[in-house]
Design a binder for this molecule. Structure first.
Ligand code: SAM
Length: 828
């Protein structure tokens, strides 16, 4: 039987057979098939299909019985090449048979060995020639065939020369490679020598071994023609290790890493900073950009951890996302509709911006609108209409700077992310927040708080109807009894509250229009820091809204607002809620209570009636003091509110009285104009001296009342407390306890007067300007007075001024900031 099995062609290994290379046809005899069949029937059935014990029909065997055939052909089974048997092989021309042989040649097959003629023979010859043995291969004794063959002159191949070239290239390759390897090793060795240490030694050792091996090999060294002497010399010169081993990455000068080197000034360009750092000796050259360039973590990370807990060296941390993506993630909360400019809505739109009411004269004094600039003090932004200092030099153009930073540059789709410098981030427990993507100097503007500007009625309506069930509130009290609702607004709406904030939110008048923005606090801001400010008071007027919502199932307004929201700022001085700061009275009470707790014995420690009496007397005195302070503060705030609105009215008139008094330059100009307008200026008499400033009799009266009541209050309280504590002290001393300190009354920060006002309190945190230290005790009054004299308190206005009056007992504190200073100076 003949079966064609293309997939399983087998090669006969019997020496007689030549079939393997010629054909894939295997011949099997019937007997062997029958034997196989019987063998198969003897095998116990392993499946249902094999249950028949009947010998299968031979004709069906091939097709039906599926037995795995051995890969090897068994010697016992005769196979025949039927091409030979049929006699057809002799008719096949030799060249076809050769071609067939080449086709079936395998690497391990006998074809390479047994058919070395033609090209194979030539290859062998050439290889032998290249080996160049000392003896002649053709003269090996005992090999007659080769000896005979040596006598035959072979025709030289036309490809011989090419092969020769290739062979010589192969011979020279190891040498060239060795040369290059040696050079690489040399440079590596130099680096390691620079590094020193064990690795360097190890490398030197390895190289010596290599040299020895080379010497043993006696391989001739070839010169590299392409290698220039200069390059060789450069190789010989050891490079600085830092330069040699590390390559500075582009991102290391971007994103979170920018501005992190010491002495970096946020409001200067990078080039300016670099120059300044070079001149300060912080860095040596312009090439050396940053001091911390070898894969630094952003400085804020380690610095923060070190500062937070210097004993905790190890901590789990997550690499900030920005290490990989310096541009930060673009987060866009789904309910946020960005508004980058205030949009006046409803009745608020009728309120027109005021013209600039303040003019600075810094150009005359040669200053650059520093802390003493009139505009700055009055919270007016300088521009070309109210300031003659050039825009480049003037330092009171914050909103202009912000505009420059946030506008799109040419051919750019978005403003520079570094210039913008803020990004929204998710916080763990307070929703979204905002972090700095760059550094900010103290007092530098960060982001404007924009949104829909609404009036009181609209604010009430929104609180009642739209935001009644909200968790987050974005309404901020603004100027002129207006509010900014930043539910649609700028990124500033995401800034969270902290009881120890690093920023402050405040309003400035820019080109006659009030605008609110977040400014860096006195310590500046580092890259990556979360931006926070002290919400301090409720966002919306407590009085009006509580009136509005009073009908809502007995819930007060505060239930809707932030006042009772638990504060999660985590500051050590956290007040516990997002509500306002303590009132003055509450502060006095709390401090006095703390004092009592510290000094007086606990009720269960000492039950003597005398002590209890003392303690009770002190408590009642404190209660009286608190009440008195409350009353005075309330009347002071009320008075100041009145005087402030009066001042504003006066200022609006612009041309008369008080406004001119506060703008002496303008007054001079007006009087000069008046002189010029006169018919004959030369002959006319000199203009009459400006009339003495009208005394604000009501304010002065108030100031006097406040002053006297405060003094009385202070002195009586102080003396009574002293007396009580003296008594207590005697007893305590008798009980061998440490002598108590006589407490000094602390009236708290004068900003705290604010909430007692008629209008329901100030909205924004009234943090002091940098440089002015808040006095903690009355003992530091003198230093405060000194600060006041230095002119910083000139910025105090409104309720703060009232507080200053209460605090310092000024004679005439009701005028402008300058008035306070003048009075103090006069007092001195
Ligand atoms: C002006 S929003 C600030 C952005 C807000 N986190 C957000 O995701 O939209 C004010 C709200 O944030 C939350 N919040 C801000 N500071 C907080 C703090 N320190 N603790 C708890 N919640 C705070 C309060 O819910 C508050 O009503």
């Amino acid at each position: 039987m003949v079966s064609l099995d293309a997939s399983r062609s087998t090669r006969d290994s019997s020496p007689e057979s030549t079939a393997s290379t010629l054909s894939c046809i295997t011949v099997m005899d019937r007997s062997s098939t029958a034997r196989n069949s019987i063998a198969a029937s003897d095998t116990p059935p392993t499946s249902v299909g094999e249950t028949s014990t009947e010998a299968p029909d031979a004709s069906k065997t091939d097709s039906k019985v599926e037995r795995r055939r051995s890969g090897r052909v068994r010697q016992s089974i005769a196979t025949y090449n039927d091409t030979i048997l049929a006699g057809t092989a002799i008719h096949t021309p030799r060249k076809y048979l050769e071609a067939e042989a080449v086709k079936h040649r395998t690497v391990s097959g006998d074809t390479l060995v047994s058919h070395i003629d033609g090209p194979a023979q030539r290859l062998l010859d050439e290889a032998t020639e290249k080996l160049d043995p000392a003896w002649d291969m053709n003269e090996v004794p005992g090999d007659a065939t080769t000896a005979e063959a040596s006598t035959v002159r072979r025709r030289e191949s036309t490809r011989r020369s090419k092969l020769k070239d290739a062979a010589s290239a192969i011979v020279s390759a190891p040498s060239a490679l060795r040369k290059r390897t040696r050079e690489a090793m040399e440079s590596g060795k130099q680096k390691m020598t620079a590094l020193g240490g064990d690795r360097g030694k190890a490398l030197r050792q390895t190289e010596e071994e290599e040299d020895n091996m080379e010497a043993d090999e006696h391989v001739p060294k070839r010169k590299r023609v392409s290698k220039s002497p200069g390059a060789a010399a450069a190789l010989a010169q050891p490079k600085p290790i830092a330069e040699a081993c590390f390559k500075k990455k582009t991102w290391q000068n971007h994103g979170m890493y920018i501005g992190q080197s010491r002495g970096f000034k946020a409001n200067h360009t990078e080039a300016q900073n670099k120059q300044e750092q070079i001149s300060a000796g912080i860095i040596a050259t312009t090439a050396q950009k940053r001091e911390n360039w070898a894969l630094p973590l952003p400085l804020f990370t380690w610095e923060k951890h070190l500062m937070d807990d210097p004993t905790d060296e190890w901590f789990d941390f997550e690499l900030p996302y920005e290490v990989y993506n310096t541009q930060g993630r673009k987060i866009k909360p789904h309910d946020w509709h960005r508004i980058s400019k205030n949009r006046y809505v409803g009745d608020a739109a009728r309120i027109k911006p005021n013209p600039n009411l303040s003019v600075c004269e810094c150009d005359k004094w040669g200053t650059v609108c520093d802390e003493n600039c009139h505009n700055r003090v009055m919270r007016y932004e300088c521009d070309d209409s109210n300031c003659k200092v050039t825009a480049e030099r003037c330092t009171n153009r914050q909103f202009a700077e912000l505009k420059r930073r946030t506008e799109k540059k040419e051919n750019k789709r978005e403003p520079n992310a570094y210039d913008v410098g803020v990004e929204v981030m998710p916080t763990r427990d307070r929703g979204f927040g905002v972090r700095a993507a760059r550094t900010f100097d103290p007092g530098q503007i960060i982001v404007e708080y924009t949104g829909e500007v609404i009036d009181q009625n609209e604010c009430d309506r929104r609180m009642r109807e739209e935001y009644a069930n909200n968790q987050c509130f974005y309404i901020m009290r603004f100027e002129n009894k207006l509010f900014i609702d930043a539910t649609k607004g700028s990124i500033g709406r995401f800034v969270n509250h902290s009881c120890a904030p690093n920023c402050e939110m405040s309003t400035m008048t820019v080109n006659g229009e009030p605008r609110m923005a977040l400014f860096a606090g006195p310590n500046g801001i580092g890259t990556g820091e979360e931006l926070t400010y002290d919400y301090n008071f409720e966002y919306v007027s407590v009085h009006s809204v509580s009136r509005v919502v009073s009908g809502l199932s007995n819930r007060s307004y505060r239930d809707f607002g932030d006042a009772k929201t638990k504060c999660l700022c985590g500051a050590p001085t956290c007040r516990g809620t997002l509500g306002k700061k303590e009132s003055l009275a509450a502060g006095v009470k709390r401090k006095a209570q703390n004092l009592l707790d510290a000094i007086l014995p606990k009720p269960d420690e000492d039950r003597s009636s005398k002590r209890r009496k003392v303690a009770n007397a002190v408590r009642s005195q404190i209660a009286r003091t608190t009440h008195a302070v409350n009353t005075v503060a309330a009347s002071a705030t009320q008075a100041i509110e009145q005087s402030r609105s009066r001042e504003e009215r006066l200022a609006r008139r612009h041309s008369s009285g008080d406004a001119l008094v506060r703008q002496p330059g303008k007054l001079k100009k007006v009087s000069a104009n008046a002189c010029q307008d006169a018919p004959s200026s030369s002959s006319s008499p000199p203009p009459p001296p400006s009339p003495p400033r009208q005394a604000h009799s009501k304010r002065e009266r108030l100031a006097t009342v406040l002053k006297s009541s405060t003094r009385t209050l202070k002195s009586t309280t102080q003396s009574q407390l002293t007396r009580y504590f003296a008594t207590s002290s005697t007893q305590v001393t008798a009980a061998a306890a440490p002598a108590p300190q006589i407490p000094e009354l602390d009236f708290g920060d004068y900003e705290e007067l604010a909430p007692q006002g008629k209008s329901g309190g100030r909205l924004r945190p009234t943090t002091m300007r940098p440089g002015l230290q808040r006095p903690q005790t009355s003992a530091s009054m003198k230093s405060v007075a000194a600060t006041v004299r230095s002119g910083v308190v000139r910025s105090v206005r409104g309720p703060r001024k009232a507080a200053a009056i209460v605090r310092y007992g000024l004679q005439d504190g009701a005028g402008s900031g300058e008035t306070i200073r003048r009075v103090l100076v006069d007092d001195e």
